[in-house]
Design a protein around this ligand. Structure first.
Ligand code: BGO
Length: 267
């Protein structure tokens, strides 16, 4: 069975370095259809049946940049068998913003915490097991530059793809937001796969301007939006964003110990 694994991460997280290390000379470079954003695809070394798809570097799955739209159209429309989400371990907090959205896509995910050679040198400590528990998926420490941990990350992604191992739902938004997500999910028609409903429901609630491109029918969710905006006295996009930051703050508190202060970081 042929498997496709997508590499997703922030700009400068080390994605290109990892892509090159995983694929070697086995790669094709082109453009994503209709846009001048570079598309790179290769075969995992030693695995003719495993394709690695390099996505553009992005900070979010929102609709504001061409790169974000290309990346999410691919993830939703083509539904790769697994995602390796590369996180710059020296910038955990910023990188986790994208991760909180990637784990909602209904696709098996392995988190690869990169730059671990730099993290170790700095004396900072990342509790990988706690991070894995907080995110609901496997987490592997890597140094793409030194080639450390990358085979383990790829093997885990192939295994997760074969097992169709979904990300465990650990994070919960505020109860009112969760109730709105449930109500919107129920309004999505059958053309939306069950595993993708949560992602779409959140995007519809956020009034995402481009999500209509990927939905046959956009449900009327004005009542759910009004309920939330009245309760929080804020717009739904900001409500969801600040809930994500609260989640990240709790993850950082549990998982990262900075060398300098000796204290756990909080946002
Ligand atoms: C330069 N460890 C360390 N120490 N560095 C890494 C690692 C790692 O595990 N992984 C990547 N890097 P990209 P995106 C550079 O290019 O793969 C480095 O955007 C330099 N260049 O070598 O390009 C990697 O594809 C001059 O660094 O990231 C690269 O995601 C001086 O992180 C940078 C110092 O990696 C970004 C670094 C001329």
């Amino acid at each position: 069975m042929a498997i496709t694994i997508a590499l997703a991460g922030n700009p400068n997280c080390g994605k290109t370095t990892l892509f090159n290390a995983l694929t070697g000379a086995n790669q094709y470079v082109g453009n994503w259809p209709g846009v001048t954003v570079e598309k790179k695809e290769g075969k995992l070394k030693g695995h003719k049946d495993v394709a690695i798809m390099d996505l553009p570097g992005i900070y979010s799955l929102s609709p504001y940049t061409l790169e974000e739209v290309v990346a999410r159209n691919y993830l939703i429309g083509e539904h790769p068998d697994a995602i390796i989400n590369i996180i710059d371990g020296t910038n955990l907090e910023r990188n986790l913003y994208l991760s909180t959205q990637i784990i909602e896509l209904g696709i098996p995910v392995v988190m690869a915490v990169n730059m671990m050679d730099v993290v170790r040198k700095s004396g900072d400590k990342i509790d990988i097991k706690a991070l894995s528990n907080a995110l609901g998926c496997e987490v592997v420490e890597i140094s793409a530059l030194k080639g450390e941990g990358i085979k383990e990350a790829a093997d885990k992604a192939v295994a997760a793809a074969k097992a169709k191992k979904a990300v465990a739902r650990v994070h919960k938004f505020d109860d009112a937001v969760e109730a709105a997500i449930d109500a919107v999910e129920a309004k999505l028609d059958d053309s939306v796969a069950e595993a993708q409903k949560r992602f779409f429901a959140i995007k519809v609630l956020e009034k995402d301007s481009k999500i209509g491109d990927q939905l046959k029918v956009i449900p009327d969710v004005s009542a759910e939006i009004k309920t939330l905006e009245d309760k929080f006295d804020d717009d739904t996009e900001s409500i969801v964003t600040s809930e994500r930051y609260a989640y990240i703050s709790s993850i950082i508190g549990k998982c990262l110990k900075k060398a300098k202060s000796g204290k756990k970081l909080s946002v």
